[in-house]
Ligand binder design. Structure first.
Ligand code: SIN
Length: 450
């Protein structure tokens, strides 16, 4: 089965959907997503989206915080561009219907690790869910956008692959996509293909990522010959709930932003000895400090304590975290929460330029799958949703200019051929069985001992 479209978008988080909404004004868009459309890392983002909105804040301060967190290897011109694009990007999200929490006439800005100012816009403690809700509603209402749920992209189609030639200027022509329920591989041919497939958390033993974060976007791009960069910089979030029945539940950095303190089992606060910003040090420093405390004292976890704040404030500010912890028998208004670090965010990925274009023509990458240079060795908290939305807009603008210069014809591509792949290998790739991927690729790579 063949499906033709102008824009093929792989992934349905903030990156893919905000690009789709912009591009749909210029042609047909197919959004391919592994499960239901809302199942993306965006949907689980709690903290928020960082941008300069307060009178006390400046672009220079946000830029500086990003460079410091990135440990000296951010690309400064990219950092400047993304941060300066923050306010108009937030406005586009609001125009699509996203409702951020306000306080009086202004946004209620929170703080997270590594930020010198309150600059995180949020929707209570479910910011990603609110963004996803609004974008999905807008996408569903757009006549030019078709969403293919329960479809997994399994391989990119390139000119080099089809012609079996080494080409100096390779082009992407679409992707082969498995329709999971029908058990059929469909051929999508597209003028432009956009990878927005998210990260790789599920190759680690401990992660707060959803099951869809299997790294297949990076793998497909690599097989197609795209440049990949900085894959060694996997960010560990300091505070994932440590509970035998809690799968991947994140306790947002915003909890520390609102005063929570990390303590050892005996109640000792320990961040002071690691960094002058204590519990609000950049994320990598806090995660390593926790790891070090656990190893030194032989403990399975540390404790996040916000019990000194008013119970009504905690319930109002963190309704989702409060309720979820309560379901696990933990009342965070009276009990410090047991937490451990877990794999959270891939700072590297498919290398792109400032238009989000890869080294393969007509192939773009945005969001966690991409390496833009913004994050360096360690992403500043809440810069990820910002980067995804800014680069969706940059990709869109570049593609429109390409279309105006020379509209590439719709490529003719052959149907999927399983070739010589053996069944079992194929099943590992095709079924996205993360247990299997984890065993094969990265068992015991987690920061926490098993
Ligand atoms: C969090 O809420 O702590 C996660 C925010 C982020 O990853 O930027």
């Amino acid at each position: 089965m063949k499906i033709s479209c102008d824009f093929l978008v792989l992934g349905s988080g903030i990156a893919g959907l905000s690009f789709a909404l912009k591009a749909a004004g210029h042609g047909t868009v197919a959004v391919v997503t592994k499960r239901e459309v809302t199942e993306s890392a965006t949907n689980y983002a709690q903290g928020g989206i960082a941008s300069v909105f307060s009178q006390e804040d400046t672009f220079a301060a946000h830029i500086d915080d990003t460079l410091v967190a990135g440990a000296g290897i951010c690309h400064e011109e990219v950092v400047r561009m993304v941060i300066e694009e923050g306010p108009p990007t937030i406005k586009s999200l609001i125009d699509w219907g996203v409702k951020f929490t306000t306080s009086g006439d202004s946004f209620d800005l929170t703080r997270e690790g590594g930020h010198s100012q309150r600059r995180i816009l949020h929707a209570d403690d479910v910011t990603g869910r609110e963004i996803e809700r609004a974008l999905v509603a807008a996408v569903r209402n757009h006549p030019n956008i078709t969403v293919y749920e329960n479809h997994i992209a399994i391989d990119l189609i390139t000119e080099a692959k089809i012609t079996r030639k080494r080409l100096k200027h390779n082009r992407c022509l679409g992707a082969y996509v498995l329709a999971i329920e029908a058990e059929k591989v469909k051929t999508f041919n597209a003028r432009f293909t956009l990878l927005a497939t998210g990260g790789t958390g599920k190759v680690y033993l401990y992660t707060c990522n959803p099951d869809v974060a299997t790294g297949d976007g990076v793998a497909m791009a690599y097989r197609a010959g795209a440049d990949i960069a900085n894959m060694e910089f996997m960010q560990f979030h300091p505070t994932t709930l440590y509970h035998p029945h809690a799968k991947s539940f994140l306790i947002s950095e915003a909890v520390r932003g609102e005063g929570a303190i990390l303590r050892r089992r005996d109640g000792t606060a320990f961040m002071e000895k690691y960094h002058h910003l204590k519990d609000l040090a950049p994320r990598d420093i806090v995660a390593r400090a926790i790891d070090s405390e656990m190893k030194t004292f032989g403990d399975d976890c540390v404790y996040l304590d916000i019990t000194h704040r008013e119970p009504e404030y905690i319930k109002g500010r963190f309704p989702n975290i409060y309720q979820t912890c309560l379901e696990y028998g933990l009342d965070m208004t009276t009990t410090p929460l047991p937490v451990v670090p877990a794999a959270h965010y891939l700072c590297g990925g498919v290398a792109v330029d400032r238009n989000a274009e890869t080294n393969i023509k007509q192939l773009y990458a945005i969001g966690e799958v991409a390496f833009t240079g913004l994050h360096g060795a360690n992403r500043l908290a809440s810069n990820s949703l910002l980067e995804a939305a800014v680069y969706a807009s940059l990709a869109y603008k570049h593609i429109v200019s390409e279309l105006e210069a020379d509209r590439p014809s719709l490529p003719i591509v052959p149907e999927w051929d399983s070739g010589t792949a053996t069944n079992s290998d194929e099943m590992v790739i095709v079924s996205q069985n993360w247990d299997e991927i984890r065993r094969c690729m990265s068992n015991y790579v987690g920061i926490v001992r098993s």
